[in-house]
Write a protein that binds this ligand. Structure first.
Ligand code: SOE
Length: 380
């Protein structure tokens, strides 16, 4: 007898729709899963394009409104890969219909939105997860294991950056497909919710809760034509943001993100400095983890670069042979696999509740950008 199916309905067919569809397709080929993902239907307003997407990725059917998708009784899981302003309503309706829900990041445009989403999935008792994929790059997962077993000792510093340069052109419009990230009404915020949310998710996973933050934000290009209205409209998102943070464990942090760092496309870097050692990771060299171990005595003490491709490294025994690397897409494959494995046993993170805590931090960062004050970053 075959495995029980996990019947998936996905909303959205953009860049993230592709990463998720690929993840559900690949996960059962490389990981032993208790349920078999089945791509039942994809939903998007443009039916013709949704049909082309469905045919490419193997979805059996197409819907043009998400309410019809959520109402179907041949779907177990609603996966939300649509723009941020749709997350709240779809997730709540899906939970109320008894479906499991997976959602792209950030969970809400605000923490108030994501609090309602957490309440909905918890009341319904449905499995839930948010696609903060960078946790599942094997080098980052190894960093987590090393920190948890005390290799670094007490942590003093956390440092993260996420740098891009794709919005520098002043004639780039805001709004519409691909460019909704520049429209504050759709996105909720700019780099803070889009990029720093990744850094915050990883940081809190590796180093615990964030107590308070102080931030500076800037919108360099104040007006842009809107793709949907054709009018020049004020830009409401933050183009750049840098903030300081204090973690609950007493460590200090700096975070920086911008879409105006000429030459950088997706430079996510992090570094952690502890009592016994330090770790550093760089998305552009994602299969390496740099490690300094102060407990090594003598003249060979120094930074080493670990190539994360051995079978003993996280996730890697499911892929090729030692020395051969995997990449960005596989972090989503790992996330899909962990979600499905978590359906029988401990639920995989980040759950909606975890992602809501990230939204509390991004809200505090944006608030501090306006007030110029230190702001509390949790609701406790
Ligand atoms: C923005 O350019 C973006 O695609 C984000 O939306 C993703 O979350 C990030 O992983 C890469 O950059």
């Amino acid at each position: 007898m075959g495995k029980q199916k996990l019947r998936i309905g996905m909303v959205g067919y953009g860049f993230m729709g592709r990463t998720h569809s690929n993840a559900f397709t690949q996960a059962p080929k490389y990981f032993d899963l208790p349920r078999e993902p089945e791509l039942v239907a994809v939903c998007a307003r443009n039916r013709e394009r949704a049909e082309a997407f469905a045919s490419n990725w193997g979805y059996q059917d197409v819907e043009s409104d998400w309410q019809s998708l959520v109402a179907r009784d041949d779907i177990d899981l609603i996966d939300i890969a649509a723009p941020n302003d749709m997350h709240h309503d779809i997730a709540i309706a899906a939970a109320q219909a008894g479906k499991m829900v997976m959602c792209e990041k950030p969970l809400g445009r605000t923490a108030a939105e994501s609090a309602e989403m957490v309440a909905a999935v918890e009341t319904a008792g449905v499995a839930n997860m948010v696609w903060y994929n960078y946790r599942r790059i094997p080098a980052v997962t190894l960093a987590k294991q090393m920190i948890d077993r005390g290799d670094l000792g007490r942590i003093y510093h956390y440092r993260a950056k996420f740098l891009q340069d794709w919005t520098i052109a002043t004639d780039l419009p805001q709004g519409g497909e691909g460019l909704w990230r520049l429209d504050v009404n759709v996105a909720g915020s700019g780099v803070t919710g889009d990029l720093l949310a990744h850094c915050i998710d990883t940081a809190m996973w590796l180093n615990g809760g964030i107590d308070s933050v102080t931030a500076m934000t800037e919108t360099f290009v104040k007006e842009r034509a809107h793709s949907l209205t054709g009018k020049v409209e004020p830009v409401g998102i933050d183009d750049a943001c840098a903030f300081l943070a204090r973690f609950d464990n007493g460590s200090l942090a700096t975070f920086e993100s911008t879409r105006y760092a000429r030459g950088h496309k997706a430079l996510y870097t992090l570094e952690i400095n502890g009592e016994h050692g330090s770790l550093a990771w760089d998305l552009h060299d994602l299969h390496r983890l740099d490690y300094f171990d102060h407990r090594v005595e003598g003249e060979t003490r120094g930074w080493r670069s670990i190539h994360i491709t051995d079978g003993e490294h996280p996730y890697m025994d499911s892929w090729w042979v030692p020395g051969l690397s995997i990449g960005y897409a596989e972090s989503f494959v790992h996330q899909a696999a962990d979600f499905i494995r978590g359906l029988e046993g401990e639920a995989a993170a980040p759950t909606f509740a975890d992602a809501h805590r990230t939204d509390l931090v991004t809200d505090a960062v944006l608030k501090s950008g306006r007030t110029g004050q230190w702001e509390p970053a949790s609701d406790s």
